[in-house]
Design a protein around this ligand. Structure first.
Ligand code: GYE
Length: 341
């Protein structure tokens, strides 16, 4: 009985003690941790990003780069929207950013045309627009501040120049070479630029026969389908130019199904674009002959652009990311280890 009473007294004592301690230090403890969320939020720069979709490994890496850049720690509030490859979804997203009065709009246009009206609306609302990855085809250049992305025509030319050298090296620079091209999303900057860049080099070689070129939407499923069609139509394909790695993966499956081989020691030479880690592994294994790099890490560049704009500085019309060309000669184990995408 006596024991029970002293036990409950002790419990009450501990409880009272805790309440007093909480009253004394509790409020300070909590405000220290949370600071004042209102003020903090007001200082943040609000960025609306309209990503065009998630069609490829490149796109996933590009999205990650943006999400890692515009973090709360870096002073941003990111509103991210994935348009699932539909221009109408991008138009909706941009309009919703305008009505939310974001500080900046960043977007990766799925195709080049059809943006005038919405960009005019952003301009009238006083919201600067930054293009990421791909470009827009508009007459009034003041509709966007700058564009961070790749030089797609240069990428296409690099592919052409690599093929020139390779044919020379193999000693059949004069023989007929049959080429098919898997193109990306119709009307997108990457498709337009890569096609034009490669065509400009091909035009200098009478023996390069471009048998066919078809849109395969930058996806591996479409790459496989379109390549199957090419293989049925043309029995003597020497070279496949595939405008991204995902289409290349599908195309290689189709070629192997047909009993033919690819790459350095194979029947069909493979040129690809993007240089994802999984594709570079295939370059190292000799299955893909060359991969023209397209750098998806654009988040850091975008941060720098916004820093300059916030400081009231001038920005250039275009910023190109750095890009390389990979063959079996320069894909090292170290490069593969360091590749994050
Ligand atoms: O090459 C492809 C993606 O526009 C650079 O889009 C981008 C291209 C990239 O789907 O994989």
């Amino acid at each position: 009985m006596f024991r029970k009473r002293s036990y409950s007294l002790a419990v009450i004592g501990i409880l009272l003690g805790s309440i007093i301690l909480l009253m004394l230090f509790g409020s300070r403890l909590f405000t220290d941790i949370e600071e004042d969320p209102q003020v903090e939020e007001e200082k943040r720069i609000v960025v609306g990003v309209s990503q065009l979709g998630s069609e490829s490994g490149w796109r996933t890496a590009n999205t990650e780069s943006v999400q890692n850049a515009f973090t709360t720690q870096n002073g941003y509030f990111l509103i991210f929207n994935n348009a699932r490859q539909k221009q109408e979804n991008q138009l909706k997203a941009i309009r919703s950013f305008i009505s939310q009065r974001v500080d900046y709009i960043i977007f990766s246009p799925v195709v080049e045309t059809g943006w005038e009206t919405v960009l005019q609306e952003a301009k009238e609302a006083g919201i600067p627009v930054i293009l990421m990855d791909r470009n827009v085809d508009v007459e009034d250049e003041s509709l966007y501040v700058t564009c961070v992305g790749s030089d797609f025509t240069a990428e296409g030319e690099k592919a052409g120049h690599w093929l020139e050298q390779e044919l020379r090296r193999r000693g059949y620079a004069g023989n007929d070479v049959n080429i098919v091209i898997l193109m990306g999303t119709e009307g997108s900057s990457s498709q337009i630029g890569r096609t034009a860049g490669f065509a400009s080099v091909a035009a200098e070689h009478k023996n390069w026969n471009i048998l066919d070129q078809e849109f395969a939407d930058f996806t591996s499923t479409r790459g496989r389908e379109v390549m199957r069609g090419f293989l049925r139509k043309y029995p003597d394909i020497d070279v496949v130019v595939s405008q991204n790695d995902d289409m290349t993966f599908g195309a290689i499956e189709a070629i192997r199904e047909s009993g033919r081989t690819v790459g350095v020691d194979g029947d069909i030479v493979i040129l690809s674009f993007d240089a994802l880690r999984s594709a570079l592994e295939m370059v190292a294994a000799g299955d893909i002959n060359v991969d023209i790099e397209c750098n998806p890490n654009q988040g850091e560049y975008l941060l720098r652009v916004i820093d300059m704009l916030e400081a009231g500085g001038q920005v250039e019309r275009r910023y190109y990311v750095e890009e390389d060309v990979f063959t079996i000669e320069n894909v090292t184990q170290e490069l593969l280890r360091e590749r994050t995408y």
